[in-house]
Design a binder for this molecule. Sequence first.
Ligand code: MG
Ligand code: ZN
Length: 332
Amino acid sequence: MIGDGMGLSQISGALYSSRRGLQLERFHNIGLQKTRCKDALVTDSAAAAAAMARGVKVDKNTFGTNEKTTAPPSILEIMKAQGWAVGMVVTCSVTHATPAAFVTYQYQRSMYEEIATDYLKTDVDYLVGGGKEYFDRRSNDDRNLIAELQKKDVVIKSYLDGPITDVNINPEHRFTYFSADSEPLSHSAGRTYFQPACERGLIFLERRSDKGFFLMIEGSQIDWGGHANVDELVIEEIKEFDGVIGKILDFAEKDGETLVVVTADHETGGFSIVGENQKGEPEVSFISKDHTATMVPVFAYGPGSEKFAGVYENTEIHDKILEAIHLSTEVK
Ligand code: MG
Ligand code: ZN
């Protein structure tokens, strides 16, 4: 689970403004990851997600692929190749940097339409997020990727079919739900699909394979609140993400065989809590409109979670997850 731009101060802000505290307080194995990328101390979401997904440091704004090299397989691709069910639920478009890093071999994060075509190469069993227009209203070509995916036995629904709580989801077929044409709304502007999409995803993925499943969940817009220097937006997005974390932890506690890892890709905004208002709510100051290089926390629960204590590079998230589930990095 990745909170984009969710640094320790952002988490503290959400904690101090929640009367009942945060679900994140349920974790006991906690570490810190160093977020720098190959060519810069201050990273971006593409390079940071590529580090966690593929275990390699790559240049800023890229996924590690260029004319000469192809990035190694992502943990999603490795697990899929070994028969696990795989899914992603995000609050941005599915072509945005963080989810893209798990499926794409394009050079640049801005290549949304090219990234969309990579969903025809990597079979994601359960996919929820925005970005429908990059599949069916493309400007680079006349391809309709939704029709192409349907031919590959993917059931595709969207917000036009109603909320995700109302659509039929059958684990015998791969499933994609587009929550928006481009970027979904913020939670405070009325986005409601995130938690139900994750809960339905757990049920779907558990039934989809006997071997196990991998689900990447991203609270994508925490970062956008940071870029905009709007602390209410940051805190609201973290509170929603934290609610999803609670549901995932409930599942993992009951299941007993599920590793849950919650982290961020980087900090955004240099978010600082500098005081409190008359209601006792945190008063926030930002020092940047961009990302910063501060380390970000890693929270882990379940089998193998003790591996996530300590201070380490972001690429080790990839290594530790594969170690914890006893999978090699080779795609067979
Ligand atoms: Mg992101
Ligand atoms: Zn950002």
